[in-house]
Design a protein around this ligand. Structure first.
Ligand code: HEM
Length: 376
């Protein structure tokens, strides 16, 4: 079948070979009752087990129940295969302590120090209405209808306990997370994901992606990972009017082959010292030069998607990259790389419009386990 196993040491949807489609949703918890929240996490886990196996959200299904009651599945995935659906949950800093300092669920002492709001970065144009969140669920699948069905049914189950804060659809993976995958292209037309951390890089994943027992915050997060999302508008009209040479020098790679400038093939190493005509082959202000581990001093697992959310009313597409990164610690992951990208030539062509950070617990183990059990 095309089902991705739901249980495991780590949650699926992180190193799982990136599917083609995304529906991401962030929630605010509206109840103050810890038991109601736990009940929802159990119900969500049960529904996630079923839906990732290609089944209905509830045990009765969309059409076989009491005709006088609302069905326990909404029905639009009837007949569709599992489509490699993964559902990945994360807990935001505000679940542990609200912005006003309220510890609603007695979780504050279990909050790992690394789970704090991200710092502001120069050039940020963040909209608070589409940033943050107490909880998130990342749904990835090869069929958009399957991903949307899953999120919609989880929202339905959350009625009275959580409220959707914001949500984002993504239509084309912008990375590969396995060496078995071909590298896709982003909306700038460049191959994206060449130098990503991948499922096969076990030692690097332990070093840069998975939270360890020694990392603090208690054991509930060991085997999990931190998730950072950034909705990044790409000013595609400006980009499309720039020369091929300017585009390639902005990224630091050739648009056709994806090879680092000064090299021949996509997977050739990025040579930070090679000289080209008129200076370094990979310009020191290029995106690749500044984000490369030898310069940024760290690595991330990127798992983003392209989006086009209509137009902006000013004759331009509201298009971009919904950036998703998994890391062992946001401070030494996203924050460190993003600070290093301060002088990135690409900044002229992008705007960060939303931001969020979540701690994603390890995978559920066995039939009785549920999302976040070790935290509560
Ligand atoms: C590499 C595009 C945002 C971190 C790349 C590559 C492209 C690209 C084309 C080269 C191919 C590859 O190795 O994957 C973009 C676009 C972005 C964006 C279009 C925004 C719209 C970011 C952000 C970060 C980031 C926000 C982190 C803060 C990286 C890293 C690499 C990379 C770590 C690998 C560099 C290497 O090891 O050689 N990106 N990127 N990118 N990007 Fe981005």
């Amino acid at each position: 079948t095309d089902a991705v196993p739901f249980p495991g040491a780590h949650q699926a949807g992180i190193v799982t070979p990136a599917q083609d489609r995304l529906h991401f949703v962030a929630f605010d918890v509206t109840t103050g009752d810890r038991d109601e929240l736990v009940e929802l996490l159990r119900a969500w886990t049960a529904a996630a087990r079923r839906m990732t196996a290609g089944r209905d959200a509830g045990p009765v299904g969309a059409v076989d129940g009491d005709p006088d009651a609302a069905p326990d599945d909404t029905g639009e995935a009837i007949g569709l295969p599992a489509s490699r659906l993964t559902l990945t949950i994360g807990f935001g800093p505000t679940l542990f302590r609200t912005a006003d300092g309220v510890d609603r669920f007695g979780l504050e002492e279990r909050r790992p120090a690394a789970l704090t709001e991200l710092p502001a970065f120069p050039g940020d144009e963040l909209d608070p209405a589409i940033s943050g969140g107490d909880l998130c669920i990342q749904a990835c699948a090869d069929d958009p209808q399957v991903a949307v069905h899953a999120v919609r049914n989880l929202i339905r189950l959350g009625t009275g306990v959580v409220r959707v804060r914001w949500s984002q659809l993504g239509f084309g993976r912008t990375t590969s997370t396995s060496t078995a995958q071909a590298t896709p292209r982003n909306l700038f037309g460049f191959k994206d994901g060449t130098n990503n951390l991948k499922a096969e890089n076990g030692a690097a994943l332990d070093r840069f992606v998975w939270v360890g027992h020694e990392d603090g915050g208690g054991d509930w997060l060991a085997g999990g990972s931190y998730l950072v999302t950034r909705r990044i508008r790409m000013l595609v009209e400006t980009w499309d009017a720039s020369s091929l040479d300017e585009q390639q020098r902005t990224i630091g790679r050739a648009k056709g082959s994806g090879a680092p400038l000064g090299q021949r093939a996509e997977f050739d190493p990025v040579d930070m010292t090679a000289q080209g005509e008129g200076g370094p082959a990979v310009p020191e202000t290029s995106h690749v030069f500044l984000s490369h581990p030898t310069n940024a001093g760290t690595a991330l697992l990127r798992r983003g998607y392209s989006f086009v959310d209509g137009s902006d009313g000013l004759g331009r597409l509201d298009a971009g990259l919904f950036f998703i990164a998994y890391q062992r610690d946001p401070g030494t992951g996203f924050v460190q790389v993003q600070e290093n990208l301060r002088g990135d030539a690409m900044n002229e062509y992008i705007r960060h419009t939303s931001s969020a950070v979540f701690a994603c617990p390890p995978g559920v183990q066995g039939e009785d386990d549920w999302w976040g059990r070790a935290l509560f």
